[in-house]
Design a protein around this ligand. Structure first.
Ligand code: SAM
Length: 282
């Protein structure tokens, strides 16, 4: 196998990539991510046989299929996640569902509970939502539920759609859910792999969606939006515009959950603070 040596990344080349990534994904790399960009792009460039960042940039710009741009954003984005990250959100989700399901007027008006996992990465978030929703509705019935799970990264979406996890990653899943919602599957690598059961998979629809899309195409709105640990990579104007679009998508009484280290404090937005990382549309 031929391993291509990649030349140094100059400041001006870094600036070109920085602007491209910002324009395409809203991800604001700032001035100190040069090493990260160099490391992550070098890997892709070696595979493609590119020796200079300048030539690679030109290639991305001229690739009409958009495939390499997708791959570049994939390589740059940070996808860290885990099952039942921020347990408090899932307790709150179950409480909300119980409250809505107990309100017959609400059920008549809404019928289907709609939840969006925006920036779902490899699926741990939507599967955690699906387990919570399924378990809650199993006990009280009355409502249907649909979960939309989107991400800009096709690589992450493929992994999410497969619904498979290394067994040791189930450590954060409540024990009663582990046995109910996962089955062991055979694996060639010897690694213990589990697969989400059809009853939770069927609740989720996966799709590629760029959150920078200026107007959202979803017609029916959402009762809850999870956008956690995504906005942290955006600058303030981008965050503000995005939260405005989320508010436009939420039904009155609907909730927005954000990441544990995020806050909407310094943003101008129409939502009401409920508790740290939770906001409601009145
Ligand atoms: C750190 S992960 C968060 C995963 C999950 N929400 C959680 O909190 O565990 C951030 C995700 O946001 C996605 N992302 C970044 N920019 C995006 C954009 N403009 N549109 C859609 N997804 C984006 C990344 O691809 C990545 O999978």
């Amino acid at each position: 196998m031929v391993v291509t040596e990649v030349n140094e990344l100059s400041k001006s080349e870094y600036e070109l990539f920085r602007q491209l990534v910002y324009k395409q994904s809203g991800i604001n790399l700032g001035e100190h991510k040069m090493n990260l960009v160099r490391a992550r792009l070098s890997k892709r460039m070696r595979v493609g046989g590119f020796t200079s960042f300048g030539a690679y940039y030109e290639y991305v710009q001229n690739d009409r299929s958009g495939q390499e741009l997708t791959g570049l954003i994939d390589a740059i984005s940070t996808n860290t996640t885990h099952l039942f990250r921020e347990m408090r959100h899932f307790t709150l989700l179950a409480d909300c569902i119980k409250g809505w399901a107990a309100d017959s007027a609400w059920c008549r008006n809404h019928k289907t509970l709609r939840i969006w996992s925006a920036g779902c990465s490899s699926g741990e978030e939507p599967y955690s939502i699906a387990m919570t929703v399924h378990d809650t509705l199993r006990q009280i019935g009355k409502l249907d539920a649909k979960i939309l799970a989107t991400d800009i990264s096709t690589r992450m979406l493929a992994s999410a759609q497969a619904g498979r996890f290394e067994a040791h990653r189930l450590g954060t899943v409540p024990s009663q859910y582990r046995s109910r919602y996962f089955r062991k599957v055979a694996s060639e690598s010897g690694e213990q792999i589990v697969e989400a059961t059809p009853e939770i998979r069927s609740l989720i629809t996966f799709g590629r969606f760029n959150l920078m899309t200026p107007s959202f195409p979803f017609k029916k709105g959402f009762h809850i939006i999870f956008c956690r640990n995504v906005m942290i990579y955006f600058d303030k104007p981008t965050q503000e515009a995005l939260v405005g679009r989320y508010a436009g998508q939420l039904h009155p009484g609907g909730l927005l959950f954000i990441g544990h280290s995020e806050s909407l404090n310094s943003l101008d937005h129409p939502l009401h603070y409920v508790e740290p990382t939770v906001y409601r549309k009145d």
